[in-house]
Design a protein around this ligand. Structure first.
Ligand SMILES: C[S@@+](CC[C@H](N)C(=O)[O-])C[C@H]1O[C@@H](n2cnc3c(N)ncnc32)[C@H](O)[C@@H]1O
Length: 223
């Protein structure tokens, strides 16, 4: 039997409110656990001096700092996040690191990226964010990523995933996601398959375990 993806049963307003509340605590609650996987994703994206990169769902801004350093003074990083609480923390972090001038931060729903010109970016990065979009929105977000990347541009996605059949930790996690969607809000998805379906050529894909939950790190290229 084909494994299905759980639906997202909260509104964007609830997501924003939840991340606003969580923003001051996010690094304490999730930062340490997720860092290793985010860093692998950044390694796969491998942003270079002079490049233009977008991060979707930048959270407290750790990856924005790495990306801004990687693209250097001639590059540009843009970030979009739905939470103003997260944006305030990310902005503070970038200023402390002296990188504020290199990064544009936008508040908004990344299901709509019409503020980015078609074919204008070298790379897009997403960690633990694609799995927050409801099933019909995942292809829409990926199509938007494809639209804004130049030919040969890269998309790196770090996301929870699951095997078929799913292991016990995933079954327990999905139950939590169903009953407490604001606490276990990321849910396992099939990022690699969705990226392929959206026309990305998969360059690299690996799966690693986070407390028994599989995490997929995928690099795709726009042909
Ligand atoms: C689980 S956190 C991950 C943060 C960061 N990428 C990391 O790995 O630490 C998800 C982030 O996505 C943002 N987010 C959720 N829904 C979004 C949407 N529709 N558009 C843009 N950002 C969104 C949240 O505000 C939050 O900052």
């Amino acid at each position: 039997m084909t494994e299905t993806i759980s639906r997202v049963n909260r509104s964007k307003e609830d997501a924003r409110a939840s991340y606003n509340k969580l923003s001051r605590w996010y690094d304490v609650v999730a930062g340490g656990t997720e860092k290793k996987y985010r860093d692998w994703g950044l390694e796969k994206l491998s942003a270079k001096p002079g490049e233009k990169i977008l991060e979707i769902g930048f959270g407290t801004g750790h990856c924005l700092v790495s990306l801004a350093r990687a693209v250097g003074p001639d590059g540009r990083v843009t970030g979009v996040d739905i939470s103003d609480g997260m944006l305030a923390i990310a902005r503070e972090r970038l200023q402390t690191e002296g990188l504020g001038e290199r990064v544009d931060l936008r508040l908004g729903d990344a299901a709509n990226l019409d503020f980015v010109e078609a074919g204008s970016l070298d790379g897009v990065f997403m960690s633990f964010t694609l799995e927050l979009f409801d099933n019909p929105e995942i292809p829409r977000v990926l199509q938007e990523c494809r639209r804004i990347l130049r030919s040969g541009g890269r998309l790196a996605v770090v996301s929870m995933t699951k095997t078929n059949p799913p292991g016990i930790p995933v079954r327990i996690y999905e139950w939590f996601h169903h009953v407490m969607p604001n606490y276990a809000d990321c849910r396992p998805i099939f990022a690699r398959q969705s990226m392929e379906d959206s026309g990305f050529k998969i360059e690299d894909a690996s799966v690693s375990s986070m407390w028994g939950l599989p995490v997929q790190i995928v690099l795709g290229k726009k042909p």
